[in-house]
Design a protein around this ligand. Sequence first.
Ligand SMILES: Nc1ncnc2c1ncn2[C@@H]1O[C@H](COP(=O)(O)OP(=O)(O)OP(=O)(O)O)[C@@H](O)[C@H]1O
Ligand SMILES: [Mg+2]
Length: 315
Amino acid sequence: MTLLEVSDLTVRIGETTVVDGVSFTIDGGERVGIIGESGSGKTLTALSIIGLAPDEAQITGSILLDGQELLGRSDRDLAVLRGDRVAMVFQNPLTSLNPVMKIGRQIAEPLRLHRGIGRNDAAAAALELCKRVGLPDPERAVNAYPHQLSGGQRQRVGIAIALACRPALLIADEPTTALDVTVQAEVLALLDALIVDQGTALLFITHDIALISQVARRLLVMRHGAIVERGDVADLIDRPEDPYTAALVTAARRTTLDDTDELVPSAAAGVAQPGREGVVRPGTDPGTAVPPDAHIDAEPGVGPAPREVDRGTAH
Ligand SMILES: Nc1ncnc2c1ncn2[C@@H]1O[C@H](COP(=O)(O)OP(=O)(O)OP(=O)(O)O)[C@@H](O)[C@H]1O
Ligand SMILES: [Mg+2]
């Protein structure tokens, strides 16, 4: 059952086309990754879906959620949807959290807004959510301000806020890039467990092809605002067809190569599937494959208007 259908999404800012005719779908409960170099339009694609693209962005195309067109909706309509049917976890939890509001209230807010839950019940639910996302000392955490928590704890709060209303779709835009490697693995495992539990679909944005192989089954590769290749993650790693994807895989191999010559031991086995828990295994190190800021240039000859390679496995 198609949950999200993005068709020919194009975002222009001034004279520049920053997202260029992007089309893809996500089924209910499905996990899809977007990978691409810095500036390739990943975040603007996500922000367009959730109605948070900057005011100066001109957006055309179509974004259907549950068959309903989102483009052209009023800010008020989109605010009603946001945090309810679709929610987002951002790269930097310190900037996405309100610095002057206690954690408990920030988690309770979507519940009050979207579910009409009263203050006390929402506060109790926020405390429960703090426990569910594994915040140490949850009673203290609800009364803390964001700056009083560690980076990993703040991202757990971001996840609690995003999942509070059990959205049908969670967009995670590099949710672990700002965290150190062991915390990354913990936060990913948490995300994985919660979305499996809630049947939430996931759109996961990253620079890291090794990481995405552990999180999503289907991958969209973006470059210069367009999708240049798409397909099953394990296939793309084994047989990348677009030179940019090949460059990403080569770069990831360079940093993760071990004696077995495997990019990711779990390239196929670790692919997340609905109903499977613990996709991110303790001890794996999803953060080291491609440094977060890695700028990987494709081979010469790849022009700015890439031709998309479609393996027929993705839609
Ligand atoms: N508010 C804005 N005004 C003008 N240009 C913008 C704005 N936001 C993004 N852009 C431009 O749009 C392009 C795509 O940006 P976007 O943030 O979607 O890239 P990204 O793929 O998420 O990159 P990164 O991996 O660095 O997060 C970039 O060239 C960026 O400079
Ligand atoms: Mg981005």
